[in-house]
Design a protein around this ligand. Sequence first.
Ligand SMILES: [Zn+2]
Length: 152
Amino acid sequence: MAQTAAPVPAAAPAPPPLPRSIRRGPPITVNCRCGEQRRLQYGERWRCESCGRSWSTLQIPLESYAQLRAVQLRHRRAPMAISVLSLLCIVAGVLLHRALGGLIIVAIVLSTWSMFFRPLYLRRHRTALGELPTWTLTPESEFQTEAASPPR
Ligand SMILES: [Zn+2]
């Protein structure tokens, strides 16, 4: 009975569906070794048009990417709260027939936010993003090339 020398690779199992919060996360910038660059969502694959290397963002651990997404969401809370507060002030002003008063309060709140708190907030956000890990991906096509090349 003849046996094949090279084992036939088993078909990769279908990956489980990604959580919605991950699918809508920030894009990942992939730099190809030839210099091309592409921004991909988590879970996307990209075949470089210049050199043919194939990159998959699924090499990034899901927990690690979820950490990035959590930092992004955490730093959206204050701007959202300011927006909701501003809208409530305008609605309250209109309902109380003091629209001008509501607008003045909104103007004061937004000025205070942008002058004093936003720079601190942005600095903290940049620091938090800088503390996150970066990832080095391996092109998938190299794996396939190495696996397909005969032993020397
Ligand atoms: Zn390339």
